[in-house]
Design a protein around this ligand. Structure first.
Ligand SMILES: [Zn+2]
Ligand SMILES: [Zn+2]
Length: 201
């Protein structure tokens, strides 16, 4: 049943990558760390978040390839390479054919991250941009550029749901609407109290 164990390994690592993405984004890209991780904070928090501000500059249109959107060239091979010894060890210990499925799960997730993140900032009219799911994660990421410690997933927001860091525009809007309703109610309260007082002789 090689294909079955490889397929399960693919699904497990693909799901795991949502947590890995969340962890790296939260603890390396948004926290200042010493060498050799200092570049991740600088490139992401200080440059990417400032260049592509949530309000107005989030999207870049026109020809050319805007800078500081994709990860550094070495990030992808490092992230895959870090996992390979664990996949090999797991297969060696269990004798279950899982190595290639697990590797593919990581490659697909990280490629999906790079591709969708690029399209979020640089719309190219690709077919995927029409999907409701893409529009959802694009808005999800735009809110991350506003609230840096929320919506830390870019590709699949599973870890955001599990760790309670997911915010949606609907959620923020409804919170604001709720706040406004409460304020209106409070403002109306003294008025209502005044009515019987004025009616008394
Ligand atoms: Zn971004
Ligand atoms: Zn970020």
């Amino acid at each position: 049943m090689t294909w079955l164990t490889e397929a399960v390994a693919f699904l497990v690592t693909f799901t795991y990558c949502s947590y890995f993405e969340w962890f790296i984004h939260r603890h390396l890209m948004h926290v200042k760390r010493p060498f050799p991780f200092h570049e991740a904070f600088k490139g992401h928090t200080l440059v990417h978040h400032q260049l592509y501000h949530w309000n107005g500059k989030f999207e870049v249109r026109g020809p050319g390839r805007p800078p500081h959107i994709t990860l550094r060239w070495y990030a992808f091979p490092i992230m895959i390479g870090l996992h390979l010894p664990f996949f090999a060890l797991f297969q060696w210990l269990t004798h279950w054919p899982t190595f290639w499925g697990a590797t593919l799960g990581c490659v697909v997730y990280f490629s999906g991250y790079e591709y969708t993140h690029y399209l979020m900032h640089v719309p190219r009219g690709h077919y995927v941009e029409r999907f409701r799911w893409f529009k959802f994660i694009k808005e999800h990421h735009r809110l991350h550029h506003k609230y840096m410690l929320r919506n830390l997933n870019v590709f699949i927001p599973l870890a955001d749901v599990c760790f309670g860091t997911l915010v949606t525009s609907e959620g923020w809007r409804s919170k604001q609407a709720k706040r406004e309703r409460t304020l209106t109610k409070r403002r109306a309260e003294p008025e209502r109290r005044k009515v019987p007082a004025q009616a008394e002789p």
